[in-house]
Design a protein around this ligand. Structure first.
Ligand code: NAD
Length: 294
């Protein structure tokens, strides 16, 4: 792990025009953040309604800034104009860096990355926001794997400062440098990490969730555990955090960790998290997890 990626930043060309593939929770957040900090961004999806939702979220966030007096009405319009929604690859030949933020499926991501690679210039950097898929594996079918790396944002993008920049086996220093520079231009704190299951954050977080799950399976009261961890100084306890992450995402990420670290992360028994998932208690996304939501 190389802290903050400082040694890379000096080598980078600034990103003048960015693009994001996928206008979902993450793609919409990435478009907002880029636009907010002044880097124009194309936001491409395959569905018109997804684009509408992405734009609605951006409008809401800029509106909040205006209501706090941080942006004028003209300021909001100016920032919003930095986001160019599109259903096609027109203008992608002028893009310096593309963040791929489509669904977490290796086949879909592989196809989308190969597709976009044909639309951009030879120097364009491609970065995937994948949470769990190996960057080296995603690079397998690319013609220019040296131009590809991971750029892992956290949800909600506008509030979470950290971005993991992930180096695959073939990723060049120039690709890392450009991605680090773009993350900084977006007001984020990038760290450069090697490609491994869970990267850095999930590698720390999922053993912690596993410890919490074991406690609950032994009869611990999850609300008390949450209160204890809050008293310990964490902004929220593990049960609440799992509700934010989503039980589906947690089960999937845990399976990736179990495959990567079978001796430490694989368990025969059904975890409390799996039981929650099996009972359709997904967390905040369906308003019922460890806690109930309005
Ligand atoms: P989402 O389902 O909200 O959005 C995915 C979007 O991709 C949808 O709008 C879909 O229409 C679009 N899409 C699908 N195929 C496409 C294509 N070929 N071209 C363009 N758009 C396409 O998903 P999300 O939660 O935003 O997650 C996106 C990525 O970010 C995943 O890889 C996920 O693992 C990662 N991620 C998610 C979170 C999170 O908390 N949600 C956090 C970090 C990383």
């Amino acid at each position: 792990v190389k802290k903050k990626g400082g040694k890379y930043a000096s080598k980078a060309q600034p990103v003048r025009q960015a693009a994001v593939l996928g206008a979902g929770i993450m793609g919409g957040g990435i478009a907002y953040q880029s636009a907010s900090k002044g880097t124009p961004i194309l936001m491409k999806d395959i569905k018109e309604d997804a684009i509408e939702l992405g734009l609605k979220e951006a409008r809401k966030l800029f509106g909040k800034q205006a209501s706090r007096g941080k942006l004028s009405v003209e300021g909001v319009a100016e920032k919003l104009a930095n986001i160019r929604p599109t259903l096609s690859y027109g203008d992608f030949d002028n893009v310096d860096l593309v963040v791929e933020a489509v669904v977490e499926n290796p086949k879909v991501k592989g196809a989308v990355l190969s597709e976009v690679e044909q639309q951009v210039s030879d120097n364009t950097i491609l970065a995937s926001n994948t949470s769990t898929i190996s960057i080296t594996r995603l690079a397998e079918n690319l013609k220019r794997p040296e131009n590809f790396c991971g750029m892992h944002f956290f949800n909600p993008v506008h509030r979470m400062p950290l971005v993991e920049v992930i180096r695959g086996e073939k990723t060049s220093d120039a690709a890392v440098a450009a991605t680090v520079a773009y993350a900084k231009a977006m007001g984020k704190t990038p760290i450069v990490v090697n490609d491994c299951p869970g990267f850095l954050v999930n590698r720390v977080l999922f053993p912690y969730f596993g410890g919490f799950s074991l406690l609950v399976e032994k009869g611990a009261d999850y609300q008390r555990v949450d209160k204890v961890m809050e008293k310990f100084g964490w902004p929220m306890g593990p049960a609440y955090l799992l509700d934010v992450v989503g039980m589906d995402t947690a089960v999937h990420a845990n399976a990736v960790m179990a495959e990567g670290f079978p001796d430490r992360m694989a368990r025969d028994a059904k975890t409390a998290i799996q039981v929650m998932f099996d009972n359709d208690r997904l967390g905040q996304k369906n308003a019922k997890g460890f806690y109930a939501y309005e």
